[in-house]
Design a protein around this ligand. Sequence first.
Ligand code: 5GP
Length: 346
Amino acid sequence: MHIEQDIKLGFKDVMIRPKRSTLKSRSQVSLERNFTFLNSTATWTGVPIMAANMDAVGTFEMALTLAQHQLFTAIHKHYTAAQWRTFLNTAPKDITDYIAISTGTGKEDAKKLKTVFKSHPELKFICIDVANGYSEHFVEFLQQTRKAYPNKVIIAGNVVTGEMVEQLLLSGADIVKVGIGPGSVCTTRIKTGVGYPQLSAIIECADAAHGIGGQIISDGGCTTPGDIAKAFGAGADFVMLGGMLSGHTESGGELIIKNGEQYKQFYGMSSATAMDKYAGGVAEYRASEGKTVEVPYKGDVKETILDILGGLRSTCTYVGAARLKELTKRTTFIRVAEQENQVYNG
Ligand code: 5GP
């Protein structure tokens, strides 16, 4: 047994200290980033915020709206090849810059990936997503995928430590997804005791990735635009959102009406709900590691996006960053014992 003594931090443990700034207005801030990816050598320009590859978030409808604002969607893996065909035949051509096709690491997953790419070689991004990115099987699947698709941008995860970020980048990933246990509908930390506070995970993983020319996505745990700003401040190249984008018109899941109020269902991809839907129930050897919740209906996602982007531009003006790219350099975190004033929060 071994204990690491230094305290690891989450978003709620810090604030960003304001700094002298020459920026006169939020409108002077650019949130656009340009990346050249490590292994595919492909380039990308956009606003590096992503919808998570969850049923209720990573939908085709979400992608169409987010792409209008240059935001990205990791499309969930449960669409059929036929549904992909219908979507791509009607969506704007440049949608392929803002979507990834997600896959697990099973034989069937690889087969489906091949089928979709055969019909749609224009797709550019693959998201290989497993709850535990530390397994050898996952690394082998990544290596095989890189071999099969040398020019595609590969996102792979999830991990939370620098040495595994390096291994995934050296095994063919362009972007590594970082986060174990911070998600809004995740119960991994409760069921297993495993996890890593997200802010520290970002700081350590970004350092490892940037050292060898790769990028990271901070995945999970953002509950406010301020958390997204802290993730970018800590060094995340992209920030992935589940819960913050749930409950909208474009989110998946039925609209539920209860006592005259509208809700939408939102659930973790390892929840009993997801396993009932896709795997015929929770297998006896495992436990669900996700929650199912009903989120009050939030309307069209455009309003939420504008709120997030407005908040992020404001963070940049507070610290004098004219471009999102400069935010990490301009960030000094202060450790705190309080966050916002809750007096009117009911
Ligand atoms: P959120 O933005 O809602 O805080 O976090 C979204 C992330 O939670 C997803 O991108 C994914 O990494 C993670 N997640 C989604 N479903 C589950 C689940 O059922 N269990 C766990 N442990 N994590 C999940």
